[in-house]
Design a protein around this ligand. Structure first.
Ligand SMILES: Nc1ncnc2c1ncn2[C@@H]1O[C@H](COP(=O)(O)OP(=O)(O)OP(=O)(O)O)[C@@H](O)[C@H]1O
Ligand SMILES: [Mg+2]
Length: 275
């Protein structure tokens, strides 16, 4: 179980999570993805699980179990698959979910208990930005989860990103790595445009390594990439669509790190504690 978190919004959590899931599935692992961003769900569109109106695929119900739709080899569940479009033919993704903490908690709990993922090697969880209700609920529901912290290279973003890692730790979760996203963009003349500065990933990793036994590494630095953004818009993740793109290669590096973790989850039951 790997939760992808960040302090700030819009740093690329969902895009990276979708790509990591697909990259791990392409390596032959059995992969599930829970979109825990109930208010701001985006995973169905990123994985191409929406029709031309933007309405997400529906899960299949079998008695009390929910069978998740599969995209690019990844079993996916998102609140976007349950909300009704505001009007017939309307865009499903335009529906707003206005729920407070207890409903969010209940939804996450259902995603983790009632959805039939089968035997998974990896369950990725895409979190909403910040350290609010959902992050805390997830910490309670999955105290054994491992956490990837996403940050931009901007030094100012490091503070917030560090906090999201610290909150995860407070609930007993283990921070296993930092992914820096939106790093330097290669220019036609070969130079690098550091649109969002540099050093944020290393800084977050350094701070989260203080006072713990195992240092927290930067597992990848993913550059700004038109292909990555386009892959998200098209529902065809860049790791499949343009695997030679520098961003795709950096994500592959992160996937290799995750796949090579010594504590494989294969054959172990997901330890979901329902409270
Ligand atoms: N490396 C990148 N290069 C170019 N565009 C990127 C990159 N990473 C993410 N983006 C774009 O940035 C936007 C935000 O990404 P995304 O939705 O994945 O962030 P998020 O952290 O999940 O946001 P939120 O906090 O709202 O959930 C998207 O439009 C995405 O296509
Ligand atoms: Mg997101």
């Amino acid at each position: 179980m790997i939760a992808v978190t960040s302090g700030k919004g819009g740093v690329g959590k969902s895009t990276l999570t979708a790509n990591l899931a697909v990259a791990l599935a392409a390596r032959g692992l059995s992969v599930g993805l829970v979109d825990a961003d109930v208010h701001g769900f985006s995973v169905p569109a990123l994985l191409g699980l929406v029709d031309e109106h933007g309405t997400a695929a529906r899960p299949t119900r079998v008695d009390d179990m929910i069978l998740p739709p599969v995209a690019h080899g990844v079993k996916v569940i998102s609140i976007g698959m349950f909300v009704e479009p505001t009007e017939p033919g309307g865009r499903g993704s335009s529906v707003a979910v206005a729920w407070r903490g207890p409903m969010l908690h209940r939804t996450l709990q259902q995603f983790l208990t009632d959805v039939y993922f089968g035997d998974l090697d990896v369950l990725l969880v895409d979190l909403p930005p910040g350290t609010g209700d959902v992050a805390i609920s997830l910490g309670q529901l999955l105290p054994n989860a491992e956490v990837l912290v996403v940050t931009t290279p901007q030094p100012a973003a490091a503070d917030v990103a560090e906090r999201s890692g610290l909150v995860a730790r407070q609930t007993g979760q283990t921070v296993i790595g930092v992914v820096e996203n939106m790093a330097g963009l290669a220019q036609p003349d070969g130079s690098l445009l550091d649109l969002f500065g540099s050093g944020g990933g290393d800084e977050v990793a350094r701070r989260l390594s203080e006072g713990v036994d195992e240092p927290v590494p930067v597992v990848a630095s993913v550059p700004l990439s038109v292909a990555l953004r386009r892959g998200g818009d098209d529902g065809m993740p860049v790791v499949l669509a343009e695997p030679d793109d520098p961003a795709a290669r950096a994500i592959e590096q992160a996937a290799a790190f995750l796949a090579g973790r010594p504590r494989s989850l294969a054959g172990r039951h997901l330890d979901v504690s329902v409270r």
